[in-house]
Ligand binder design. Structure first.
Ligand SMILES: [Zn+2]
Ligand SMILES: [Zn+2]
Length: 102
């Protein structure tokens, strides 16, 4: 569980990093800072981030089976024709477990 939390934090950090690095540079931007963002890409990726093990009982014997955790991440890319730059937005849409458990 701890490993999963760390992975999530790392992922969130990298998402933030992507957003900051995509910010337009002050030097390149003229006084007119109004952008004309047009969506040029929009897709969802399913990323396997971790596997954990679930305990269950079969014939009174404790057993474990693996459950894979996936993150559904949507990436939206915008392009501004005025300044010729792009910005990227990433959204964690859903966390999926391959096994049905609570
Ligand atoms: Zn712009
Ligand atoms: Zn699970």
């Amino acid at each position: 569980m701890l490993r999963f939390l760390i992975l999530t934090l790392v992922l969130l950090f990298s998402i933030n990093h992507i957003e900051t690095s995509a910010e337009p540079l002050e030097l390149d931007t003229p006084k007119n800072t109004i952008h004309e963002w047009k969506e040029i890409e929009n897709h969802v990726e399913k990323i396997h981030v971790d596997t954990h093990y679930i305990e269950y009982r079969r014939n009174f014997i404790k057993e474990t089976r693996p459950c894979k955790i996936y993150h559904h991440i949507r990436t939206i890319v915008y392009y501004c024709e005025i300044h010729g730059h792009t910005k990227v937005e990433t959204v964690l849409e859903k966390i999926e477990h391959s096994e049905d458990h609570s």
